[in-house]
Design a protein around this ligand. Structure first.
Ligand SMILES: NC(=O)c1ccc[n+]([C@@H]2O[C@H](COP(=O)([O-])OP(=O)(O)OC[C@H]3O[C@@H](n4cnc5c(N)ncnc54)[C@H](OP(=O)(O)O)[C@@H]3O)[C@@H](O)[C@H]2O)c1
Length: 238
């Protein structure tokens, strides 16, 4: 897809990978509606990127926030070409120390958020496909933790395995409507993620710029085929 002039939603645009994907989409000429909860962080991103970056205060766990976002975009730009389901976080500790509330918060964000945003955007993309022959592109940011289970990250593993299953099902359900679905499985990225998750990891991860660059590469791919999965891992891990 040529990204110039297109409209994108990026969830979790206030920091880390989502911020970097938003930056690269704006540089490519797209208008980005960046959703996150921290308004001050979104305002900083908007200040740097200019009016092509539209900060939207909201929570991916709330269906009403997603509905308002989609209604606003349709009123303002009349189309949604790209959805990047990026918002997410980890909880890294032994399973017996994870509370039921922590389980729910994490799964509502990492997995239900992907469901809610995709459910709101797919009908818009289906209509676009009927008019122009191409619907749009949904990118779901999973993790290597969506492919491989490991100790003390089980709750996060379960959410990202869920994202993988949801992505594969969605891809098969909507590709006939001209909608691409790509699931991305990155290894460690240098963002605030590890500190939030409580992993204490000090090993060097990938640069969010490089990971975002690969996401943009997939978004720019030809309309004739889709890349359904993309895995990336840090090099020279000791
Ligand atoms: N960093 C890694 O090592 C790594 C590796 C593989 C996959 N990933 C995945 O990559 C994605 C981005 O993570 P990151 O590394 O960029 O982490 P990050 O720097 O901590 O950023 C997380 C983003 O998600 C947003 N977010 C969290 N909960 C939200 C909610 N309920 N509603 C809306 N936005 C919410 C945060 O914004 P607010 O707090 O302002 O809402 C923030 O913008 C996540 O899905 C993560 O699982 C990360």
């Amino acid at each position: 897809m040529k990204l110039n002039g297109k409209t994108a939603i990026v969830t979790g645009a206030s920091a880390g990978l989502g911020e970097e994907i938003s930056r690269q989409l704006v540089k490519a000429g797209a208008t980005v509606y960046g959703l996150a909860r921290r308004e001050d962080k979104l305002d900083d991103v908007r200040h740097e990127l200019g009016t092509a970056c539209v900060p939207v205060s909201g929570d991916v766990r709330k269906e009403s926030d997603i509905r308002h976002l989609v209604e606003r975009i349709l009123a303002e730009t009349h189309r949604i070409d790209v959805l990047v389901n990026n918002a997410g976080f980890g909880i890294f500790k032994p399973l017996t120390r994870v509370s039921a509330r922590e389980w729910s918060t994490l799964h509502d964000t990492n997995l239900k958020g992907v469901f809610l945003c995709s459910k709101a955007v797919i009908p818009v993309m289906q209509q676009q496909n009927e008019k122009s022959g191409f619907g749009g592109h949904i990118v779901n940011i999973a993790s290597i933790a969506g492919l491989v289970g490991n100790p003390e990250i089980g709750v996060y593993n379960a959410s990202k395995f869920g994202v993988r299953g949801l992505s594969e099902s969605m891809m098969k359900e909507v590709r006939g409507d001209g909608i691409k679905v790509t699931c991305v499985f990155p290894g460690s990225i240098d963002t605030d993620f590890s500190a939030t998750a409580g992993s204490g990891r000090s090993r060097k991860g990938m640069d969010a710029k490089d990971v975002a660059g690969s996401v943009l590469h997939v978004l720019r791919g030809p309309d004739s085929y889709l890349v359904s999965e993309l895995t990336m891992r840090p090099l020279r891990v000791q």
